[in-house]
Design a protein around this ligand. Sequence first.
Ligand SMILES: [Zn+2]
Length: 318
Amino acid sequence: MKEILEKLKSEAIEKIENATQINQLEEVRIRMLGKKGALTEMLRSMGKLSAEERPLVGKSVNEVKVLIEKELSDKKQMLEEKALMDRLGSESIDITLPGKKPESGTLHPITKTTLEIQEIFASIGFSVAEGPEIDFAKYNFDYLNTPENHPSRGMNDTFYISEDVLLRTQTSPVQIRTMLQNKPPIKIISPGKVYRKDEIDATHSPLFNQMEGLIVDKGITMSDLKGSLEYFARSLFGKDTKTKFRHHQFYFTEPGAEMDATCPKCGGKGCRVCSNTGWIEILGCGMVHPRVQSMCGIDPEEYSGFAFGLGLCLWHGH
Ligand SMILES: [Zn+2]
């Protein structure tokens, strides 16, 4: 009996020592300590032994059982640690590899254009004025000398919040607010979002960005208007840019004009961008209407001014 026990013990220990996988340990456990395991069988057959032998054999078998259990558990822990270390080793981060560069954003083209135009006008003394996008209808229409029956006042063209409050259709309310609150000299540009009920297509949107400008001072003439806006066009499109002014009727200017510049894409030769005309329309402008000045409390006999406005789109191709 003792010999068999010794044999089982050394056999089990050897198997445990040689095991490289956790499932091999499980096999040993089942073979020795399982329900039909060798040690379990030995304990079960102790009934055949004499009363003197029984406790001695029982003690020996139990000692071997405890020993094997401990060996199994030690080896299992070792194998588990090794598996973990292997996994960590294969997954470790190689800090000598180049890192992943975070994607950096850039300014939206319209923001870029806005900043660029602001800079050009700042260089000739204009400061930036801003106003609310939800504004009173009177600042958007009445103070701008818009006729009572003008279609732009209608629900079809303009988003109304209430009868006399709307989403501004132009940044001109900023000009009105500035004139109402300040005495000349006034020299501002007002960039911002404006809203009109347009269907979305390649060149229209219910929301777009505008930039307007206003000068009011003593002795401002059409020459100042032309000089300033030609300077602007050359600064934005290049020094060889030519400009021309076509008469255009606005309610808030007298006289009014539209300014064209030679196409920055083809330099005036004609291309797809300028529909082969060599020119693109840049902005609307004019001398501030005397009635607009009067409504804002600025005497048109003493002061004069010019204003301009342009839609900020991507035509300048930067
Ligand atoms: Zn062109």
